[in-house]
Write a protein of this length. Structure first.
Length: 217
């Protein structure tokens, strides 16, 4: 669907395991919020992330860490809808429920280039672009996938005009190069397990929750 006079800004959607949330996630969300003039970026923790082992921290604590991380940050919102579903937290179900809630709103699913390269392994992956745009960001050391499925997918959907993301509700791929911080949740978990201090890789409020609940040690 094409909107002749789009009045409402697009909503960015950043799903993740967030085990734990860190400054890499938060900078990514803020950069995209500002650069693409989004209404907000929704951080959506996965209850049961598909295609990876079970998270170390339980879903309620990962949610609590997210809420603590974004307090007072304009444009960032936590959305806990995946915590109310049973079974694997498939993105297609999350986008379907957002689409029901916002039938006439542009939705932009944010993906790192690594996640984008693995998209064909996602459940019903070809439906994703019928429910939202894909906002693909470069992460250090990642490249645009060279294999034909993704090259074809890109040539069909990639847009060079960011205004299209506002005018259309779904169906476009936008690639954004951003200065990505080389931080991962795995690195933070490993530091804590080794008795080292992860301070400054993640918000102090998140580290307080980790310490209170003795997570990852
Ligand atoms: N440092 C970072 N900069 C930008 N994007 C990131 C960064 N770390 C993760 N992301 C992106 O955020 C989303 C959620 O990431 P996730 O919760 O898996 O974090 P992670 O740090 O990659 O975790 P883990 O090390 O446990 O795999 C993914 O799309 C991922 O590509
Ligand atoms: O829907 C899927 O099949 C699917 C497969 C892999 C990952 N995802 C989602 O991608 C997001 C990032 O996942 P992860 O494993 O990098 O934390 C998170 O929201 C996951 O639920 C979704």
């Amino acid at each position: 669907m094409i909107l002749e006079n789009p009045t409402e800004k697009a909503i960015g959607i950043l799903g993740g395991t967030f085990d734990p949330i860190h400054h890499g996630h938060l900078r990514l969300a803020i950069e995209l919020y500002e650069r693409l003039d989004l209404a907000e970026v929704r951080l959506i923790p996965a209850a049961y992330p598909p295609h990876r082992s079970f998270p170390f921290a339980n879903a309620q604590l990962r949610l609590q860490m997210l809420q603590a991380a974004i307090i007072g940050t304009p444009g960032l919102v936590v959305d806990d809808r995946e915590l109310h579903r049973l079974g694997p937290s498939y993105m297609v179900d999350t986008l379907s429920s957002l689409r029901e809630e916002y039938p006439y709103r542009s939705l932009c699913l944010i993906l790192g280039m690594d996640a984008f390269s693995n998209l064909p392994q996602w459940y019903q992956w070809q439906r994703l672009i019928t429910l939202a745009h894909l906002l693909v960001v470069h992460r250090l050391g990642t490249q645009i996938p060279a294999f034909s499925t993704m090259q074809d997918f890109l040539s069909e959907h990639q847009t060079n005009c960011s205004d299209t993301l506002k005018k259309q509700l779904t169906g476009c791929i936008w690639i954004e190069e951003i200065p990505v911080l080389n931080i991962s949740s795995t690195q933070i978990r490993h530091l804590i397990a080794a008795g080292k201090n992860p301070r400054y890789l993640l918000p102090a409020a998140v580290l307080n929750i980790i310490n209170t609940h003795q997570l990852y040690s």
